[in-house]
Design a protein around this ligand. Structure first.
Ligand code: K7E
Ligand code: CUA
Ligand code: CA
Length: 649
């Protein structure tokens, strides 16, 4: 706990109690020494003018929600919560429910037909062009159910969910490549796959005792963002993190494993004092497939499964039980941390290529050549307790988070980065104290070829007493620092719901021009007239319902009990910020339509009686009155003259 609060920060916080508005000025004090009091960019006007943050925020942060199952969105530097993007978990607040047939299909396992509405999002990865964010999409993994989603940044909604075959889940590391053509995700949880894979690998696998197998899956991304399963590589190991290289490391897939012991219990996973960093030549995977050295499974007859023996892969030892795996902006340094140690290793990818060429090898493991660590490392740094993840800025520095030390350490990179900062590389130049344990960090663009720098956000675990007590389950904490200077300054912090792992921070200038206010234009919407049709063979009522302030049309819908209702709800709104909902008394149906949105829903009208449907958004002064009736006529009492007749237009 020693590094929780610097004396300067304590003083600033205490004084801040007397006057909240002086806090930022005091924290910023040291940098402006001697200068003619330049304007303080973090000073907030009071009262806040309208649109202050809409005009001043520089970045959108897309923070994974962990067990929340989607993404949180907030602005930087305001640290103002903006929205949530539900993905793998239903969330009626944001209109993401399985009564919607399109959403239901995305959430349904294609192989079992089961609707899965739980998930665990970890690693968002934004689309890139030439290694730089392009603002089109954010992709993210569901660790629990082996799914990958694409979030479209014109709507801030999920556009596709791709299910990964041949696995029970445990999909952890996930990364989109520098040109958004390939994404990779790996299996952290050991697997007992279909027989075809087991036979192809030729390893002894006991279904109860293990050791099991695992690997990495490649996902192809088409120009329009459509994802498909491209291949899988399986072998003896299971992986924590996965990254696709660029620049110096272009064409390589890089993974870490903390359980090179192949153990099935925690103690067993700590038996080796070194684990591995893996380098996979992506072209060699494609070559193996082109040469038909693969198998397929019953579940996924179109997805080639390649053995690690048939591809070009190398390992090098790294401190035990690594967690962080991050690539410097030029793609040259791979930084990885031993989370149960004090060590952070910088591997020079140029040296890796040399070591491969010159066969600087110290042994073999399962036939994989072990590259000499002395030949590939640029530095082995002893930096502090419990290093986790690493990010990079635009000035040649790496920032390493420490779970146990509760701080971030700033370290100058070597090689070509030295001309940016002029400092001795690999020595700590700044320590940023955080409130409690650092998990991931994010610098805008800090995982790309072009970091924007300027800010770093620490996504803390175990925030304990940072905020008002709110019960045994404490919320999480994101802390914002400015890093344009040394020492870095903490400018703000926010509570955010459980539980962020990684985030992506994208410039407002990249995202905002794409964002829609409405799904459709008035002309296309008014062309879709309301209608009701009764199908006595299928026992279905098919409805096209117009939804516009402050009417549902039809306003009364008659249905024979037990029939299926298939309704297309069309919002006729084109005005900004006018959403409507459709919630149905005594039925488990609640959907939401944003301006111009079309939603298809389906349910069985099994409960007789008068059921009102009503709007769930306070959309106008006639919001309460915006309702209609579904009259479900008991079986045996229905006669065709009870059918809904729409008023002629
Ligand atoms: Cu939580 Cu990136 Cu899944 Cu570390 S991982 S914090
Ligand atoms: Cu529409 Cu309330
Ligand atoms: Ca280990």
């Amino acid at each position: 706990m020693k590094a929780l609060l610097s004396p300067k920060l304590v003083a600033a916080l205490l004084l801040g109690l007397l006057s909240g508005t002086v806090l930022f000025g005091l924290v910023l004090g040291p940098v402006v020494q001697g200068a003619a009091t330049p304007p303080n960019p973090y000073e907030r006007p009071y009262p806040m003018p309208h649109q202050f943050w809409a005009q001043n925020d520089e970045f959108y942060v897309f923070a994974s929600g962990g067990q929340q199952g989607g993404l949180y969105v907030y602005g930087v530097p305001s640290m103002k919560y903006l929205s949530e993007i539900p993905i793998f978990v239903e969330d009626q607040a944001w209109g993401w429910v399985a009564e919607d047939t399109e959403i239901r299909e995305m959430l349904t396992n294609p192989w079992t037909g089961k609707l899965i509405t739980r998930g665990d999002t970890h690693h968002p990865s934004a689309s890139k062009t030439n290694g730089v964010y392009d603002g089109r999409w954010v992709f993210i993994n569901d660790k629990q159910h082996a799914r990958i989603a694409r979030v479209d940044l014109d709507t801030f909604r999920t556009g596709q969910i791709l299910w990964i075959p041949n696995t029970t889940g445990g999909v952890h590391g996930f990364n989109v490549g520098p040109d958004t053509k390939l994404a990779v995700q790996n299996f952290e949880h050991e697997q007992y796959p279909e027989e075809a894979i087991r036979n192809h690998l030729g390893l002894d696998i006991d279904p109860i005792q293990g050791p099991y197998v695992a690997g990495v899956a490649g996902i192809k991304i088409a120009d329009d963002g459509t994802m498909s399963n491209a291949w899988q590589v399986w072998g003896p190991w299971h992986f924590d993190m996965a990254r696709i290289g660029w620049g110096t490391s272009d064409g390589w897939l890089i993974t870490t494993a903390y359980n090179t012991e192949r153990a099935t219990d925690p103690i067993g996973m700590f038996q080796r004092d070194q684990d591995y960093l893996f380098f996979w030549n992506i072209a060699s995977i494609e070559k193996a497939i082109a040469e038909k050295r693969y198998v397929t499974t019953q579940q996924a007859p179109d997805v080639p499964v390649v053995s690690w023996k048939d591809v070009e892969v190398y390992v090098t030892p790294i401190p035990l039980n690594p967690h962080g795996l991050d690539i410097s902006p030029t793609g040259s340094y791979i930084l990885t941390s031993g989370k149960a140690t004090t060590l952070v290793v910088a591997v020079d990818f140029g040296k890796v290529l040399q070591a491969i060429q010159q066969q600087k090898v110290i042994g073999e493991d399962y036939g994989v050549k072990v590259l000499d660590p002395d030949a590939v490392r640029a530095a082995t740094m002893d930096l502090g307790m419990g290093p986790t993840h690493i990010e990079f800025d635009d000035k040649g520095y790496a920032y390493v988070g420490f779970f146990v030390d509760s701080d971030i350490k700033k370290v100058p990179l070597g090689g070509s980065y030295q001309k940016l900062h002029g400092q001795t590389p690999w020595k700590v130049v700044d320590v940023l104290p955080t409130h409690y344990a650092v998990g991931h960090l994010v610098i805008p663009g800090g995982d790309t070829a072009m970091p924007y720098g300027k800010y770093i956000i620490s996504m803390n675990k175990l925030t304990k007493d940072t905020f008002l007590n709110h019960g045994p389950l404490k919320t999480e904490n994101h802390e914002l620092f400015t890093i344009g200077q040394t020492p870095a300054l903490m400018v703000d912090q926010m509570a955010l719901g459980p539980e962020t792992h990684y985030s992506q921070a994208l410039p407002v200038s990249l995202v905002k021009p794409r964002v829609l206010h409405s799904y459709g234009d008035a002309a296309s919407l008014t062309s879709r007239q309301p209608s009701v049709a009764y199908d006595y063979d299928a026992k279905e009522v098919r409805v096209t319902m117009s939804v516009v302030r402050s009417f549902f049309t039809p306003g009364v819908l008659t249905v024979p009990q037990g029939w299926t209702v298939k309704a297309r709800l069309i919002s006729g709104e084109t005005a900004m910020d006018i959403s409507h909902g459709f919630a149905l008394d005594a039925y488990n149906v609640t959907v939401s339509m944003d301006p111009g949105e079309v939603r298809d829903i389906e349910f069985v009208a099994d409960k007789a009686g008068v059921h009102w449907y009503y709007c769930i958004w306070f959309c106008s002064e006639l919001h309460m009155e915006m309702r209609g009736r579904m009259v479900v006529v008991p079986q045996g009492e229905w006669t065709p003259d009870m059918e809904t007749v729409l008023p002629s237009a």
